[in-house]
Design a protein around this ligand. Structure first.
Ligand code: ADP
Ligand code: ADP
Ligand code: ZN
Ligand code: ZN
Length: 796
């Protein structure tokens, strides 16, 4: 007999969310299974991230912060308290979001993945040392430690060499005329000159006519004689003690110790910068570089692409291969087995072309996230929820399968994997799907479906359904075959040499939509970075994902210029005229109309005891950003603050007869941004939203022209339905006579392009060639191309 007691414990195996109201979520109740791969789907702006990150992850983080001591809390980035009634069954969570590189330029693939630590241990414990050399600690193999840093360049790998030519650019001048350009100007420079006079040097002959040993002493001596100086011209000044600095010691001292950024920049003009000659750019000491594994120094090994590194380590995993001491060969085998296993995961994730020494600020957000995912596999954590943001971003379709294997591994080690995804191949492979929608902003925010993937086929209001099950919906299945445009004129690149591209020639058809394709690391971004405006192209515009502004003071209304039209409309009202308010009065960025308590930001920083500062609504204007007098003026019943609070969709109706604003709003809707609020701060927008705002402002000014637009993965963050909108807009630019070049993995875009340039065959040194260029049908038949089989299937 079963127990009749009502269950008092939370539903086993589920994270139960009740009453979620974060951003646009409409009081959402949903049960999300644990120990499963769960895909969150829905059009952009529907509320997927608000649920997965803004609610579930934010709550897990808030609980974690509650549990740590206040002094530790200070060190951790403050989370926010989500708008939700209750969440039960919630394990600790780890978010792996896509962010641009880390600020520290010393961070590398090796340090991020912690593979560098193991590599150092291997060199320390099992490396081949020169005869009589003492064993070194692990730390000695890191340029970031006192023990390991090259004494000449302090571990930076870059040397600043003051040379005769860099210190004295013009040897026909005398010292009095400023021959030693590296010396400071003004009083300090005159002081150094007076010391030379006191020491008996001739400061009035051309520098080149001074004896060589005098010149070298002035430039390079380490001596700092102190001399009594009697100022020559200034009779009132008293004699004083002056200390001499040679030009080199002055420059090096400035570079190392000066607090002034501008002084350091000036000093850099008088040095030659290059790889440090002592450590050959590695930043390590000669003693560390002398230790080898497989015949290579640690810096050589760290510079290999991961695929080559794996091949180099593989023989070492067999103990006894080296013919050295048993013990160190055993250690070598153990460590190299561990390293190899971890490197193979990175290679599987399509990152085999990266090296351990590659610095993280040069990586794309997709590459960063996959590195983090691979690192988590080894963390040994279980019972954790991983929340991932479009892990397929930047991945060629050929690399999506290994990604799924890695997600499965995270799950089988006892974790839950929640992914916000647009790639239908990844969604199909999930155990469970949560579809949010049906539309964006206020038109979304509801969970339309939560269950095994197949069940979504029975939910007609889901926009995702027809892309997940193309055959289920006959009304949308027939995508008309686009009429391809024929190339007539070309933009040629000759002899391109950058990263893995060697002496490459490429031809971009003008007046067409071109997709540049190829697996990650094949050289797509490197290639398009070399396109420059040229005769047949008047203007080159990169529509990228960088923020449209870094402070809450920028928003889409200010960026697109539509706010100017709105302010002019307010200034033209009788109420504004009678008060003498011009358009400037309605700006929140300048004094006059704005709230002076928050200086127009709408929020103020509050300092809490023990906690880092956080934002709170401005107590004076309650977030409206304006002072009460400005808010007395209305345009058709709405204040300027209320207009900033409108969504693009609502504003399009409200501002229909302000032509300049109406045009902007229309293009914003056309790129699928109707759900954004006019005043939504730039800091709240995703990279994809920023990119589409830039695209909209280009569309708005697009005239017939010869502009070349470059877009790097514009479909990132886009639902397949939004991809269709984007394509329509790109075609509009092309129809107006412009050229559009996109780097893409999305097969809908590749199949719809007029021309495809496919790079490969693989990443890094195994890539960098143009395998085939032509219309999609031609590329689809190429034997060596890894894009071809996917494109062929898509075109059928
Ligand atoms: P998705 O992940 O489905 O693209 P989001 O959850 O990011 O959607 O956004 C849902 C809605 O909430 C959108 O209308 C968006 O503009 C809005 N939104 C997102 N972040 C914020 C925020 N920090 N403040 C206010 N509104 C936001
Ligand atoms: P894709 O855009 O096809 O993913 P990339 O052009 O980014 O390829 O990379 C091509 C090759 O150039 C890869 O081997 C990559 O590691 C290398 N590479 C790209 N950017 C840099 C950089 N900033 N520094 C060093 N190598 C780079
Ligand atoms: Zn050095
Ligand atoms: Zn205020």
């Amino acid at each position: 007999p079963t127990s009749s007691l009502p269950s008092v414990s939370p539903t086993p195996g589920f994270v139960r969310v009740r009453g979620a109201r974060e951003n646009n979520l409409r009081d959402v109740d949903v049960d999300v299974p644990r120990d499963a791969i769960v895909a969150f789907t829905g059009v952009s702006g529907s509320g997927k991230s608000s649920l997965a990150f803004g609610t579930i992850f934010a709550e897990a983080q808030r609980r974690f912060l509650e549990s740590v001591a206040p002094y530790a809390r200070r060190l951790i980035q403050q989370g926010h308290t989500p708008q939700v009634d209750e969440i039960t069954g919630l394990p600790p969570a780890v978010a792996l979001q896509q962010r641009r590189g880390t600020p520290s330029s010393r961070s590398t693939v090796g340090t991020l993945t912690t593979l560098s630590n193991s590599l150092r241990m291997m060199y320390s414990r099992a490396g081949t040392y020169p005869a009589d050399a003492p064993r070194l600690e692990s730390d000695s193999f890191s340029p970031n430690t006192v023990a390991g840093a090259c004494p000449r360049c302090h571990g930076l790998g870059i040397a600043h060499l003051p040379t005769r030519a860099s210190l004295v650019p013009d040897g026909t001048l005398s010292i009095r005329e400023g021959a030693v350009a590296a010396w400071p100007g003004a009083w300090q420079g005159k002081n150094l000159r007076d010391i030379l006079i006191a020491l008996g040097y001739d400061v009035d002959v051309p520098w080149n006519d001074l004896p060589a040993e005098s010149r070298d002493w002035i430039l390079f001596t380490e001596e700092q004689p102190v001399v009594e100086i009697t100022p020559q011209r200034d009779r009132v000044a008293k004699p004083y003690q002056g200390r001499f600095w040679s030009a080199r010691s002055y420059v090096l001292h400035t570079l190392a110790d000066s607090q002034s950024q501008s002084q350091r920049e000036r000093a850099l003009r008088f040095v030659e910068s290059g790889p440090c000659s002592l450590c050959d750019g590695s930043g390590l000491t000669p003693a560390a570089l002398a230790v080898t594994v497989a015949g290579l120094s640690i810096s050589q090994l760290a510079g290999l692409p991961l695929t080559t590194l794996a091949d180099t380590l593989r023989p070492l995993t067999q103990a006894g291969s080296a013919g050295r001491g048993e013990a160190s060969a055993g250690v070598e085998a153990t460590i190299s087995r561990d390293l190899l296993a971890r490197i193979e995961v990175l290679v599987d994730l399509g990152l085999g072309y990266l090296s351990l020494s590659r610095s993280t600020p040069t990586l794309s957000p997709g590459e960063m996230q996959r590195l983090r995912i691979a690192t988590q596999l080894r963390s040994g954590l279980f019972g954790v929820v991983y929340v991932l943001d479009e892990p397929s971003a930047g991945l060629h379709p050929a690399d999506a399968e290994p990604l799924l294997v890695v997600l499965e591994q995270l799950k089988s080690s006892g974790n839950s994997v929640f992914v916000v995804e647009h790639n239908m191949d990844v969604v199909r492979a999930a155990d469970w799907v949560i579809d949010v929608g049906p539309h964006a902003g206020t038109g979304g925010g509801e969970v339309l479906y939560s269950g095994p993937v197949g069940g979504l086929a029975g939910v007609p209001e889901s926009v995702t359904r027809r892309f997940l099950f193309p055959a289920s919906d006959t009304t949308d299945a027939a995508v008309p075959a686009p009429a391809r445009r024929e190339p007539h004129a070309w933009l040629g690149l000759r002899g391109v040499n950058v990263h893995n591209l060697q002496d490459l020639d490429a031809e971009f058809p003008l007046g067409l939509l071109t997709a540049v394709t190829g697996v990650s690391g094949s050289g797509k971004s490197s290639l398009i970075s070399q396109i420059v405006a040229d005769d047949p192209v008047d203007r080159l515009v990169a529509v990228d994902q960088k923020p449209i502004g870094r402070t809450p003071r920028s928003n889409l209304a200010t960026y697109t210029g539509l706010f100017d039209a709105v302010r002019a409309a307010f200034a033209a009202t009788p109420a504004a005229r009678s008060r003498g308010f011009g358009a400037g009065r309605f700006s929140f960025n300048v004094a006059g109309g704005r709230c002076e308590t928050c200086l127009g930001e709408g929020s103020v920083t509050v300092e809490l005891l023990f906690l880092p500062g956080s934002y709170a609504l401005c107590p004076a204007c309650h977030g409206s950003r304006y002072n009460p007098e400005t808010l007395e003026v209305d345009y058709r019943g709405k204040t300027i603050a209320e207009v900033l609070g409108l969504s693009v969709d609502d504003a399009a109706g409200f501002l229909a007869d302000v032509p300049a604003a109406a045009r902007s709003l229309e293009t914003l809707r056309e790129v699928g941004l109707g759900y954004l609020r006019l005043g939504q701060p730039a800091t709240e927008l995703s990279g994809g939203e920023a990119q589409r705002i830039k695209l909209a402002s280009e569309l708005q000014r697009a005239r017939r022209g010869h502009t070349l637009y470059l877009l790097d993965e514009p479909t990132t963050g886009l639902h397949p339905a939004d991809v269709q909108l984007l394509l329509a807009q790109l075609n509009r630019l092309v129809d107006a006579g412009n050229t559009v070049v996109v780097v893409e993995h999305n097969l809908d875009v590749i199949a719809a392009a007029d021309w495809v340039i496919d790079l490969g065959p693989s990443g890094g040194d195994a890539g960098g060639r143009i395998l085939v260029a032509g219309p999609p049908e031609v590329v689809a038949t190429h034997a060596e191309s890894r894009t071809a089989p996917y494109l062929e299937r898509r075109l059928q």
